[in-house]
Design a protein around this ligand. Structure first.
Ligand code: FES
Length: 230
């Protein structure tokens, strides 16, 4: 077992956990835009920053070790988390930030008091609606890579990649053409994990995206699919 303190609270968790696990064990939570419990951590968005023995670290990729003192409420690190979420949000067009937007990013904005209706850049990167079951709005992509990891590590399909540089990095089919001509098997894993609504399923509920769900292990009919329907 690992024993540490989070915001003054003693926490005990199984060996191998992260600081994010430790924070959640206290009943608190952090914004985790590039993290999904079903995926290997990437540590790329920096929205989960905490202080651990005075160092600022990403909670999702930092191992919990016995004796650590973790602070999440420290004003400095709380402001860093808010800035990280705000920076990501400010680059996106208004729909994802609208008060009614249903996404992890919009939830994080509301929780941190970041205006969800700020003016933002004009849409420029376009949509890929070539596939019957998966649509991509490139302007809403924050390049968190969750869809890519879900497609490769969980589903084993390897249909997606990140392409472009810097702020222009977006998800794309690995084959380079439209989604409909990619290796996508329509499993829906990318739709399920997308934190912004960039990848959606057309039809009823279009434009909605799933919230992050706790990683419960369930029995499934097919036994190999990454979607996790019970
Ligand atoms: Fe930890 Fe993105 S959730 S760095």
């Amino acid at each position: 077992m690992t024993r540490l303190r989070v915001d003054g609270v003693s926490v005990e968790l199984p060996a191998g956990g992260t600081l994010l696990d430790a924070v959640r064990a206290t009943g608190a939570d952090l914004p985790t835009l590039c993290h999904d419990d079903r995926l290997r951590p990437a540590g790329s968005c920096r929205t989960c920053l905490v202080r651990a023995d005075g160092r600022t670290v990403a909670a999702c990729v930092t191992p919990a070790t016995s004796g650590l003192t973790v602070e999440t409420a420290d004003e400095g690190v709380a402001n860093l988390r808010r800035d990280a979420v705000g920076l990501i949000a400010s680059a996106l067009p208004p729909p994802v930030l609208a008060d009614s937007a249903n996404s992890e990013l919009a939830d994080a904005c509301r929780a941190l008091g970041i205006p969800t209706h700020t003016a933002a850049a004009e849409p420029t990167r376009g949509r890929d609606e070539s596939h019957p079951y998966v649509h991509l709005d490139r302007d809403l992509c924050i390049a968190c890579g969750r869809c890519v990891r879900m497609c490769s590590d969980v589903q084993g399909t390897f249909a997606l990649t990140l392409t472009g540089r810097g702020a222009d990095t977006v998800v794309a089919p690995g084959t380079g053409g439209p989604w409909a001509e990619s290796d996508c098997v329509s499993c829906g894993g990318c739709v399920d994990t997308c934190p912004t609504g960039a990848i959606t399923q057309p039809g009823p509920g279009q434009g909605l995206t799933s919230r992050r769900t706790p990683a419960d292990r369930v029995r499934t009919t097919c036994g190999y699919c990454g979607v996790g329907c019970a």
